[in-house]
Design a binder for this molecule. Sequence first.
Ligand code: SF4
Length: 683
Amino acid sequence: MADWSGLTQRLESSDAGRLELPLAEIEQLIGDRLPPSSQYPAFWSNSSTYAKAWKLAGYESTRRGVPKGYMGFVRMRTPTAASATAGPTPGPAQNDPATGDVVLIGCVKTKAPEASPARDLYRSPLFQRRRRYAESTGRPWYILSAEHGLLDPDSLIEPYDVYLADQSADYRQAWGGWVVAKLTQVRESIDGLVIEVHAGAAYVDAIDEPLRRHGAVLRTPLAGLGMGEQLSWYDRPGEETGQQERSIPPVPSGEQPLEDLVILDGPHETEPFTFRWPTGTEDFDCGWDLTVDVAGRRHRVRHGLGMRQVYGSRRRHSVTFVDDWAAAEGVAPDDYETSRCLISPLKDHAGRLIRPGEQVPSSYVGFPLVSHAEQIVAPYSRNGLAVRLHEDDITSWVGYALARLAVRRAGVTGPGQVPPAPPRPTGPRAPAPPSAVVRALLDYGQAQAPAVVGQVTFTPHPEANALIMGNPFAFLLAVIFDQGIPAERAWRAPYDLMRRLGHLDPACMLADPEGVRAAVAQPPVLHRFRERMPDWLVAAARILVHEYGGEAARIWNDHPTARQLQQRLDRFPGIGQKKAAMAVEILDRDLGVSIRELEGSDIAYDVHVRRVFLRTGLAEYDDLDHMVDVARRAYPERPGAIDMPAWLIGRQWCHAGFPDCPACVLRDVCPQDIDRANAVRGA
Ligand code: SF4
């Protein structure tokens, strides 16, 4: 019987970003012949029952460009904790403070008074620490909202007053399933992932069972701690409670801090101390404290020396803290007993190991570089460059720690900054021809389309979904609602409106505009446009009553052309080009409405679509007519078909702040021109 753990181990022991393994080798690894079904793509898909074998090792399968008789695997992330425990204890390079593949943090009651990006909406000290921690892990992170379920930190959110612990058991159960369904959608699959949750018990309890059902491992490092203990858990040693929210210490990015380094005080030898990582504590038997100045800024630095079980043996281990940030770690190479040196893997701004032959950021210039794998000959030794310094060369360790921070800061969005494009695997990448991007978009769109027309999910709320599918007026209202709030909330709004009004009748709405206004404004408000939205809804009712006999289906049931239908929808207040184009696509693709001449359909000029068009090089500049024209030329048979996949990719990976290029389905064809989306509002 096949044992797929052999493939997992083979991938885990590789540092390659991409591997192509002969099928014969895979058969050797699993100790059996591959089954006949392995000739079909579904067998190797990342959602197949065998996918755990490569996902546990942090890889995804790919057939793109893979020769016949081989299977390709592309590294997506570091291996899960579950897989890491199968081998020797990972080294410091793998042993980042956060162990979850994804970090979820709970919302809190204290909120900003106005609509804000979710990361800024919640204002309590606890939330600030949770956010700071989540950001520091470098892992994907999301907010658990009692009202909105799973929130992208960049989503624009109105303040609300829903507290999960106050809700009924049924609500909490449905909420947990909704959150996990959304997480599964956002990450494609959570099977085998470690989900690290920093939230109250009501949140954890609600998602525990659905997470397990989807094969994820729940980790709650703060479970059982009181409020004070939680706050101090997040605070590094020496950090004052209530200290302003910090990000990476303000080392000048892209500089060589060592050149400007002035030691103001120290080094003073410290007493042995203990540091509390999120995953446990570490003892340091000695250390040094210093105060340094770099380009006019003071930093507190501590360099500590301890021991750690790593690379198959107990080795000397150092951590250099800058302003309480664990900025650099060192570990003993094989010749430590005679050299007393430590080595530290060299990483780029995104935390990726820098390989021999790759460009080394200027901040590292001047530090002695060695091959990690040659210095430590052991399983899991890293195939990359490392800095080698004497363990008590404090000045060099401080300079190196500052250089690490400078490199990291160069990749972090600050006010008015946009992160640079993620590094490419092998030197600068020439833009792929636009047709490759369009092809990939269309393939993705096809893969995401519901298998059966009429089985689309607009919102996780089943009754709201059913209403949209069965009531054309509800569909029209949802299109109007779908602006400035999360789509899931917009598509649920007609259902909530109907419950509040007691009907969803255009004639009755037209007769009672104040009733509509009150229903929209009733807490929790249905839409943040409290004034405009009721006006738009009543105006829609008016057009329907006067021009379509009160029946929304009459807008499209005479087999209009795509262009005619778009123009009809465009007439409704609150529906512009973007939403009209989107509605045409949904009516045809998902609801089976008969629409002629789909070559007349268009993309919706939406913030996600625009960002993807610019970064993929499809569009040269951000302009409605230009982008619509680009789509018409790129896929004249049906330009609107490019819209949905671009929108999904924009929401899922091509984020405004940090695009998740390694995970994006366009990664192989996209030139990843991140800066081109600078001017896109919301980008
Ligand atoms: S996430 Fe990266 S790869 Fe994907 S579309 Fe955006 S820039 Fe391109």
